[in-house]
Design a protein around this ligand. Sequence first.
Ligand SMILES: Cc1cc2nc3c(=O)[nH]c(=O)nc-3n(C[C@H](O)[C@H](O)[C@H](O)COP(=O)(O)O)c2cc1C
Length: 220
Amino acid sequence: MNRRKFINQTLAAGAAVSISSTTALAGDRTPVKILGISCSPRKGKTTATAVQAALDAANKVDGSIEVELIDLGGLGISGFSGNGATTDDFDGILPKLREPNVGGWIIGSPVYFRSMSALCKAFLERCAVLRKPSLLLADTAAGVLTVGAYRNGGQELVIEQIHSILLCHEMMIVGGKPGAHQGATLWNAYKDDITKDEFGMDTARKLGIRVAEAALRVTV
Ligand SMILES: Cc1cc2nc3c(=O)[nH]c(=O)nc-3n(C[C@H](O)[C@H](O)[C@H](O)COP(=O)(O)O)c2cc1C
């Protein structure tokens, strides 16, 4: 079911929607899942670590928040093929994307030549199936995280590129809390130990918190 429809139907049924509180008790509301999607071909490396940190922060926002990391590292995902019949590792991910309780996405990409990774682009192209028959991702909160090897390596550019794609789904784009207004930007300056980038890790946590808050506001 389209999440917008889900919200409308629930409203019609007289259920209360939390539009101001992000402190509801876990027992008060349906669990809301935040998916973290790491789009580096290198499984478990800096992008995945940072996305997990964002998820951990999201998880702490409210007892009803559940989180799950989808690490695309090592998976084979082709871009849109034109014939609609591609079979690859995207098929195994699709059911998770379609779960009705998903209220937010945190999507992370490494910066490759001041662009998103090819894996990220391929994944997002394949998500076109989520636009039919209706926009499944509409009103799902979404925030973006990027990791580059240079301090000004294109992190913000890549955030904007991914935002543009997510807007085609009518997702609700959010940045992070102050200090991370556009999203999370990380600098892999310490030989793949991204936890040493304290500023960047802080932006990841601020993004996670903001995505969780937004997801709670639009779900019942
Ligand atoms: C093909 C390629 C292109 C890259 N281009 C950039 C770039 O334009 N700017 C930048 O800051 N880092 C660039 N990097 C570095 C990666 O963004 C950085 O190492 C990142 O941490 C990799 O993410 P991962 O550890 O999750 O795999 C590039 C790396 C590769 C392999």
